[in-house]
Design a protein around this ligand. Structure first.
Ligand code: PLP
Length: 379
Protein backbone atom coordinates (compact mmCIF):
# COMPACT_ATOMS: atom_id res chain seq x y z
CA UNK A 1 0.00 0.00 0.00
CA UNK A 2 1.08 3.54 -0.75
CA UNK A 3 2.63 5.28 2.29
CA UNK A 4 0.38 8.30 1.92
CA UNK A 5 -2.72 6.12 2.12
CA UNK A 6 -1.32 4.22 5.09
CA UNK A 7 -1.50 7.48 7.06
CA UNK A 8 -5.27 7.81 6.61
CA UNK A 9 -6.89 7.46 10.02
CA UNK A 10 -9.99 5.22 9.80
CA UNK A 11 -11.46 6.83 12.95
CA UNK A 12 -11.93 10.10 11.04
CA UNK A 13 -14.27 8.43 8.55
CA UNK A 14 -16.32 6.39 11.04
CA UNK A 15 -20.09 6.85 11.08
CA UNK A 16 -21.69 6.57 14.51
CA UNK A 17 -25.07 5.45 13.18
CA UNK A 18 -25.64 4.65 9.48
CA UNK A 19 -29.00 2.95 10.01
CA UNK A 20 -30.97 5.79 8.33
CA UNK A 21 -28.46 6.34 5.52
CA UNK A 22 -29.03 4.78 2.10
CA UNK A 23 -26.20 3.08 0.29
CA UNK A 24 -24.51 3.66 -2.00
CA UNK A 25 -24.54 7.23 -0.71
CA UNK A 26 -22.25 10.20 -1.06
CA UNK A 27 -20.78 11.52 2.21
CA UNK A 28 -19.19 14.91 2.83
CA UNK A 29 -17.05 15.12 5.96
CA UNK A 30 -17.69 18.76 6.84
CA UNK A 31 -14.87 19.11 9.38
CA UNK A 32 -12.36 17.89 6.78
CA UNK A 33 -13.91 20.07 4.08
CA UNK A 34 -13.64 23.19 6.29
CA UNK A 35 -10.02 22.30 7.04
CA UNK A 36 -9.30 22.00 3.30
CA UNK A 37 -10.97 25.33 2.53
CA UNK A 38 -8.92 27.24 5.09
CA UNK A 39 -5.76 25.44 4.03
CA UNK A 40 -6.26 26.28 0.34
CA UNK A 41 -6.87 29.93 1.28
CA UNK A 42 -3.70 29.92 3.39
CA UNK A 43 -1.63 28.38 0.57
CA UNK A 44 -3.08 30.87 -1.93
CA UNK A 45 -2.08 33.77 0.32
CA UNK A 46 -5.66 34.96 0.82
CA UNK A 47 -9.17 34.41 -0.56
CA UNK A 48 -8.72 37.21 -3.11
CA UNK A 49 -6.10 35.12 -4.96
CA UNK A 50 -8.44 32.18 -5.49
CA UNK A 51 -11.05 31.36 -8.10
CA UNK A 52 -11.87 27.75 -7.16
CA UNK A 53 -13.39 25.41 -9.72
CA UNK A 54 -16.79 24.09 -8.57
CA UNK A 55 -16.75 21.00 -10.80
CA UNK A 56 -15.41 18.92 -7.91
CA UNK A 57 -18.47 19.26 -5.67
CA UNK A 58 -21.22 20.95 -7.73
CA UNK A 59 -22.93 21.95 -4.46
CA UNK A 60 -24.30 25.41 -3.57
CA UNK A 61 -23.64 24.60 0.09
CA UNK A 62 -19.89 24.49 -0.60
CA UNK A 63 -20.11 27.77 -2.51
CA UNK A 64 -21.84 29.33 0.53
CA UNK A 65 -18.96 28.18 2.77
CA UNK A 66 -16.39 29.60 0.36
CA UNK A 67 -18.26 32.91 0.13
CA UNK A 68 -18.39 33.07 3.95
CA UNK A 69 -14.60 32.72 3.88
CA UNK A 70 -14.28 35.65 1.47
CA UNK A 71 -13.88 33.74 -1.80
CA UNK A 72 -15.96 35.79 -4.23
CA UNK A 73 -14.63 34.62 -7.62
CA UNK A 74 -15.55 31.18 -8.92
CA UNK A 75 -14.86 28.97 -11.92
CA UNK A 76 -16.94 26.29 -13.62
CA UNK A 77 -17.02 24.11 -16.74
CA UNK A 78 -20.71 23.83 -17.64
CA UNK A 79 -23.65 26.18 -18.06
CA UNK A 80 -25.46 24.32 -15.28
CA UNK A 81 -22.53 24.96 -12.94
CA UNK A 82 -22.54 28.62 -14.03
CA UNK A 83 -26.26 28.86 -13.27
CA UNK A 84 -25.73 27.21 -9.88
CA UNK A 85 -23.04 29.78 -9.06
CA UNK A 86 -25.22 32.72 -10.17
CA UNK A 87 -28.16 31.41 -8.12
CA UNK A 88 -25.86 31.02 -5.10
CA UNK A 89 -25.09 34.74 -5.24
CA UNK A 90 -21.70 34.65 -6.96
CA UNK A 91 -21.24 37.81 -9.02
CA UNK A 92 -17.95 36.94 -10.76
CA UNK A 93 -18.05 33.69 -12.74
CA UNK A 94 -15.63 32.24 -15.28
CA UNK A 95 -17.15 29.46 -17.36
CA UNK A 96 -13.92 27.86 -18.50
CA UNK A 97 -15.22 26.42 -21.72
CA UNK A 98 -15.56 27.57 -25.32
CA UNK A 99 -19.23 28.13 -26.19
CA UNK A 100 -20.33 26.30 -29.34
CA UNK A 101 -23.70 25.32 -30.83
CA UNK A 102 -26.77 25.90 -28.63
CA UNK A 103 -24.52 26.86 -25.71
CA UNK A 104 -24.13 30.30 -27.31
CA UNK A 105 -27.85 31.24 -26.97
CA UNK A 106 -27.97 29.50 -23.59
CA UNK A 107 -25.15 31.74 -22.38
CA UNK A 108 -27.04 34.81 -23.61
CA UNK A 109 -30.13 33.62 -21.74
CA UNK A 110 -28.14 33.19 -18.53
CA UNK A 111 -26.64 36.66 -18.92
CA UNK A 112 -30.10 38.15 -19.36
CA UNK A 113 -31.37 36.42 -16.22
CA UNK A 114 -28.35 37.59 -14.20
CA UNK A 115 -27.42 41.02 -15.61
CA UNK A 116 -25.41 41.88 -12.48
CA UNK A 117 -23.08 38.87 -12.84
CA UNK A 118 -19.71 39.34 -14.52
CA UNK A 119 -19.67 36.20 -16.66
CA UNK A 120 -16.62 35.22 -18.70
CA UNK A 121 -16.02 32.36 -21.14
CA UNK A 122 -13.01 30.93 -22.98
CA UNK A 123 -12.14 31.18 -26.65
CA UNK A 124 -9.37 29.47 -28.62
CA UNK A 125 -10.60 29.89 -32.22
CA UNK A 126 -11.89 32.80 -34.32
CA UNK A 127 -15.17 31.10 -35.36
CA UNK A 128 -16.73 30.62 -31.92
CA UNK A 129 -15.47 34.12 -31.06
CA UNK A 130 -17.29 35.52 -34.08
CA UNK A 131 -20.50 33.65 -33.17
CA UNK A 132 -20.29 34.90 -29.60
CA UNK A 133 -19.76 38.46 -30.78
CA UNK A 134 -22.77 38.34 -33.14
CA UNK A 135 -25.02 36.80 -30.45
CA UNK A 136 -23.94 39.23 -27.71
CA UNK A 137 -24.11 42.28 -29.96
CA UNK A 138 -27.61 41.35 -31.12
CA UNK A 139 -28.73 41.30 -27.48
CA UNK A 140 -26.77 44.46 -26.59
CA UNK A 141 -24.74 42.39 -24.11
CA UNK A 142 -21.03 42.33 -23.35
CA UNK A 143 -19.35 38.98 -22.74
CA UNK A 144 -16.00 38.80 -20.99
CA UNK A 145 -13.67 36.57 -22.99
CA UNK A 146 -10.42 34.94 -21.88
CA UNK A 147 -8.02 33.55 -24.44
CA UNK A 148 -7.37 29.90 -23.63
CA UNK A 149 -3.64 29.14 -23.91
CA UNK A 150 -2.44 25.55 -24.32
CA UNK A 151 -0.19 24.93 -21.33
CA UNK A 152 1.31 21.82 -22.91
CA UNK A 153 -1.60 19.72 -21.78
CA UNK A 154 -2.67 19.41 -25.44
CA UNK A 155 -6.38 19.53 -24.62
CA UNK A 156 -7.68 22.99 -25.53
CA UNK A 157 -6.20 26.39 -26.17
CA UNK A 158 -3.74 27.94 -28.58
CA UNK A 159 -0.01 27.85 -28.08
CA UNK A 160 1.37 31.11 -26.71
CA UNK A 161 2.57 32.26 -30.13
CA UNK A 162 1.94 34.92 -32.74
CA UNK A 163 -1.40 33.29 -33.55
CA UNK A 164 -2.43 33.73 -29.92
CA UNK A 165 -1.40 37.39 -30.06
CA UNK A 166 -3.60 37.96 -33.14
CA UNK A 167 -6.54 36.13 -31.63
CA UNK A 168 -6.28 38.33 -28.54
CA UNK A 169 -6.21 41.40 -30.79
CA UNK A 170 -9.48 40.11 -32.32
CA UNK A 171 -10.95 39.68 -28.85
CA UNK A 172 -10.08 43.30 -28.16
CA UNK A 173 -11.73 44.59 -31.33
CA UNK A 174 -15.05 42.77 -31.61
CA UNK A 175 -18.47 44.14 -30.68
CA UNK A 176 -20.15 42.50 -27.71
CA UNK A 177 -16.80 41.16 -26.48
CA UNK A 178 -14.76 42.47 -23.55
CA UNK A 179 -11.16 41.22 -23.25
CA UNK A 180 -10.76 39.58 -19.85
CA UNK A 181 -7.26 38.14 -20.03
CA UNK A 182 -5.65 34.73 -20.39
CA UNK A 183 -6.54 31.22 -19.19
CA UNK A 184 -3.88 28.62 -18.41
CA UNK A 185 -4.76 25.22 -16.96
CA UNK A 186 -1.68 23.08 -16.37
CA UNK A 187 -3.18 19.97 -14.77
CA UNK A 188 -0.69 17.64 -16.47
CA UNK A 189 2.14 18.33 -14.03
CA UNK A 190 1.87 15.26 -11.79
CA UNK A 191 5.44 15.00 -10.45
CA UNK A 192 5.34 13.78 -6.86
CA UNK A 193 8.62 15.48 -6.11
CA UNK A 194 7.79 19.12 -5.41
CA UNK A 195 11.06 20.47 -6.78
CA UNK A 196 10.66 18.54 -10.04
CA UNK A 197 7.06 19.72 -10.34
CA UNK A 198 8.01 23.32 -9.54
CA UNK A 199 10.71 23.31 -12.26
CA UNK A 200 8.33 21.90 -14.90
CA UNK A 201 5.52 24.31 -13.99
CA UNK A 202 7.71 27.41 -14.02
CA UNK A 203 9.48 26.45 -17.23
CA UNK A 204 6.20 25.80 -19.06
CA UNK A 205 4.81 29.12 -17.85
CA UNK A 206 7.41 31.30 -19.59
CA UNK A 207 5.80 31.51 -23.09
CA UNK A 208 2.47 32.49 -21.52
CA UNK A 209 3.90 35.26 -19.32
CA UNK A 210 5.93 36.46 -22.32
CA UNK A 211 2.74 36.65 -24.39
CA UNK A 212 1.00 38.54 -21.58
CA UNK A 213 3.88 41.03 -21.40
CA UNK A 214 3.82 41.53 -25.20
CA UNK A 215 0.08 42.18 -25.12
CA UNK A 216 0.51 44.71 -22.32
CA UNK A 217 3.39 46.36 -24.20
CA UNK A 218 1.07 46.84 -27.17
CA UNK A 219 -1.39 48.59 -24.86
CA UNK A 220 -3.92 45.75 -24.88
CA UNK A 221 -5.75 45.13 -21.60
CA UNK A 222 -4.99 41.86 -19.81
CA UNK A 223 -6.99 42.30 -16.62
CA UNK A 224 -6.36 38.82 -15.27
CA UNK A 225 -4.56 35.56 -15.88
CA UNK A 226 -6.23 32.38 -14.60
CA UNK A 227 -3.76 29.66 -13.73
CA UNK A 228 -3.38 26.32 -11.97
CA UNK A 229 -4.99 23.14 -10.83
CA UNK A 230 -4.31 21.42 -7.54
CA UNK A 231 -0.76 20.30 -8.32
CA UNK A 232 0.45 23.68 -9.52
CA UNK A 233 -1.41 26.13 -7.30
CA UNK A 234 1.02 26.03 -4.33
CA UNK A 235 3.89 26.74 -6.75
CA UNK A 236 2.11 29.50 -8.67
CA UNK A 237 0.81 31.05 -5.43
CA UNK A 238 4.42 31.71 -4.44
CA UNK A 239 4.87 33.99 -7.47
CA UNK A 240 2.67 36.51 -5.68
CA UNK A 241 1.69 38.20 -8.95
CA UNK A 242 -1.31 40.48 -8.37
CA UNK A 243 -3.32 39.65 -11.50
CA UNK A 244 -2.90 35.86 -11.21
CA UNK A 245 -6.03 34.05 -10.09
CA UNK A 246 -5.49 30.49 -8.83
CA UNK A 247 -8.11 28.01 -9.99
CA UNK A 248 -7.76 24.65 -8.23
CA UNK A 249 -10.95 22.67 -7.68
CA UNK A 250 -10.15 19.28 -6.20
CA UNK A 251 -8.62 21.10 -3.21
CA UNK A 252 -12.12 21.46 -1.73
CA UNK A 253 -13.08 17.81 -1.25
CA UNK A 254 -9.74 16.33 -2.22
CA UNK A 255 -9.18 12.66 -3.04
CA UNK A 256 -6.81 9.76 -2.62
CA UNK A 257 -5.61 10.11 -6.20
CA UNK A 258 -4.14 13.56 -5.56
CA UNK A 259 -3.06 12.52 -2.07
CA UNK A 260 -0.85 9.87 -3.67
CA UNK A 261 0.48 12.20 -6.36
CA UNK A 262 1.18 15.25 -4.21
CA UNK A 263 2.63 14.33 -0.79
CA UNK A 264 3.53 18.00 -0.21
CA UNK A 265 -0.09 19.19 -0.27
CA UNK A 266 -1.59 19.03 3.25
CA UNK A 267 -5.24 18.38 2.33
CA UNK A 268 -7.52 15.54 3.45
CA UNK A 269 -10.00 13.46 1.43
CA UNK A 270 -13.33 14.92 2.60
CA UNK A 271 -15.67 12.91 0.40
CA UNK A 272 -16.57 9.26 0.81
CA UNK A 273 -19.13 6.80 -0.43
CA UNK A 274 -21.17 4.82 2.07
CA UNK A 275 -21.40 1.24 0.87
CA UNK A 276 -22.80 -2.02 2.27
CA UNK A 277 -21.89 -5.65 1.98
CA UNK A 278 -24.48 -7.26 -0.29
CA UNK A 279 -22.87 -10.69 -0.63
CA UNK A 280 -20.09 -12.53 1.20
CA UNK A 281 -20.36 -16.25 0.41
CA UNK A 282 -16.80 -16.73 -0.83
CA UNK A 283 -13.93 -16.90 1.67
CA UNK A 284 -11.86 -13.71 1.72
CA UNK A 285 -14.25 -11.83 -0.56
CA UNK A 286 -16.82 -9.10 0.02
CA UNK A 287 -19.22 -7.83 -2.61
CA UNK A 288 -20.24 -4.20 -2.00
CA UNK A 289 -23.01 -2.07 -3.50
CA UNK A 290 -20.66 0.69 -4.79
CA UNK A 291 -20.51 -0.07 -8.51
CA UNK A 292 -19.66 2.26 -11.41
CA UNK A 293 -22.86 4.15 -10.79
CA UNK A 294 -21.70 5.39 -7.40
CA UNK A 295 -17.88 5.43 -7.65
CA UNK A 296 -16.42 6.73 -10.88
CA UNK A 297 -14.72 4.09 -13.06
CA UNK A 298 -12.51 6.66 -14.81
CA UNK A 299 -9.47 5.38 -12.87
CA UNK A 300 -7.65 2.14 -13.76
CA UNK A 301 -9.36 -1.10 -12.69
CA UNK A 302 -8.25 -2.12 -9.23
CA UNK A 303 -7.61 1.47 -8.14
CA UNK A 304 -10.98 3.12 -7.77
CA UNK A 305 -11.39 3.33 -4.02
CA UNK A 306 -9.62 3.04 -0.71
CA UNK A 307 -11.23 1.65 2.42
CA UNK A 308 -9.82 3.30 5.56
CA UNK A 309 -11.16 0.38 7.62
CA UNK A 310 -9.66 -2.22 5.24
CA UNK A 311 -6.49 -0.57 3.93
CA UNK A 312 -5.12 -3.82 2.52
CA UNK A 313 -8.28 -4.67 0.54
CA UNK A 314 -7.70 -5.46 -3.14
CA UNK A 315 -10.34 -4.58 -5.75
CA UNK A 316 -11.09 -7.62 -7.90
CA UNK A 317 -14.00 -6.46 -10.03
CA UNK A 318 -16.09 -3.33 -10.51
CA UNK A 319 -19.41 -3.51 -12.36
CA UNK A 320 -22.37 -1.17 -12.62
CA UNK A 321 -23.78 -1.97 -9.19
CA UNK A 322 -21.07 -4.07 -7.50
CA UNK A 323 -17.49 -3.81 -6.28
CA UNK A 324 -15.82 -7.08 -5.28
CA UNK A 325 -12.90 -6.80 -2.88
CA UNK A 326 -10.53 -9.33 -1.38
CA UNK A 327 -9.58 -8.97 2.26
CA UNK A 328 -8.29 -11.23 5.01
CA UNK A 329 -10.89 -9.65 7.26
CA UNK A 330 -13.90 -10.64 5.15
CA UNK A 331 -15.12 -13.11 7.77
CA UNK A 332 -15.78 -10.22 10.17
CA UNK A 333 -18.45 -8.82 7.84
CA UNK A 334 -22.06 -9.88 7.20
CA UNK A 335 -24.60 -8.76 4.61
CA UNK A 336 -25.78 -5.25 5.47
CA UNK A 337 -22.60 -4.16 7.26
CA UNK A 338 -21.39 -0.80 6.05
CA UNK A 339 -18.00 0.51 4.99
CA UNK A 340 -16.76 3.89 3.81
CA UNK A 341 -14.97 3.97 0.45
CA UNK A 342 -12.79 6.96 -0.45
CA UNK A 343 -12.96 7.35 -4.24
CA UNK A 344 -9.70 7.87 -6.10
CA UNK A 345 -11.29 10.62 -8.18
CA UNK A 346 -13.95 12.74 -6.46
CA UNK A 347 -15.08 15.04 -9.29
CA UNK A 348 -16.81 12.42 -11.48
CA UNK A 349 -17.94 10.54 -8.36
CA UNK A 350 -19.91 13.47 -6.91
CA UNK A 351 -21.63 13.83 -10.32
CA UNK A 352 -23.15 10.37 -9.83
CA UNK A 353 -25.20 11.40 -6.76
CA UNK A 354 -28.24 13.65 -6.27
CA UNK A 355 -27.28 14.62 -2.75
CA UNK A 356 -24.66 14.08 -0.07
CA UNK A 357 -24.94 13.10 3.57
CA UNK A 358 -23.05 15.67 5.59
CA UNK A 359 -21.18 14.35 8.64
CA UNK A 360 -19.82 16.41 11.49
CA UNK A 361 -18.00 14.74 14.36
CA UNK A 362 -19.07 11.34 13.02
CA UNK A 363 -22.78 12.24 13.02
CA UNK A 364 -25.16 12.96 10.17
CA UNK A 365 -26.11 16.64 10.42
CA UNK A 366 -27.75 17.51 7.09
CA UNK A 367 -27.94 16.69 3.39
CA UNK A 368 -26.64 18.84 0.55
CA UNK A 369 -27.94 18.76 -3.01
CA UNK A 370 -25.44 18.14 -5.82
CA UNK A 371 -27.30 20.71 -7.92
CA UNK A 372 -24.96 21.05 -10.89
CA UNK A 373 -24.70 17.31 -11.58
CA UNK A 374 -27.55 18.01 -13.97
CA UNK A 375 -26.66 19.25 -17.45
CA UNK A 376 -29.56 21.72 -17.42
CA UNK A 377 -30.97 23.57 -14.41
CA UNK A 378 -33.31 26.05 -16.11
CA UNK A 379 -31.29 27.51 -18.98
C1 PLP B 1 -9.89 24.20 -16.78
C2 PLP B 1 -9.71 23.65 -15.40
N1 PLP B 1 -9.42 24.50 -14.41
C3 PLP B 1 -9.25 24.07 -13.14
C4 PLP B 1 -9.37 22.73 -12.83
C5 PLP B 1 -9.13 22.29 -11.40
O1 PLP B 1 -8.03 21.46 -11.32
P1 PLP B 1 -7.83 20.39 -10.17
O2 PLP B 1 -8.90 19.38 -10.33
O3 PLP B 1 -6.46 19.84 -10.41
O4 PLP B 1 -7.93 21.10 -8.89
C6 PLP B 1 -9.66 21.81 -13.85
C7 PLP B 1 -9.78 20.39 -13.57
O5 PLP B 1 -10.02 19.55 -14.40
C8 PLP B 1 -9.85 22.29 -15.17
O6 PLP B 1 -10.14 21.46 -16.18
Amino acid sequence: MNQMLAKIDPAVYQIADASEMNSPGLIVYKDLLLGNLSEMIRIAGGPENLRPHCKTHKMPAVIDLLQDLGVTKHKCATLAEAEMLCAAGVRDVVLAYQMVGPNVPRLMQLMEIYPDVRLAVLVDHPEPLEQLSVAADAKKLSVDVLLDIDSGMNRTGVLASEAAFHLYEMICSMPGIRPAGLHWYDGHHRQSDLEERRAAILQALVPMTTLRDQLLLQGLPVPKVLVAGTGSFPVLAELGEPNLELTPGTTTLYDIGYREHFPDIPLQPALGVLTRVVSCNRAGHLTLDCGHKSISPDQPAGQRAFFPELPEAVELGHNEEHLVIQTDRAEHYSPGDHLVALPRHVCPTSALHQSAYVMEGGRLVEQWAVVARDRVITV
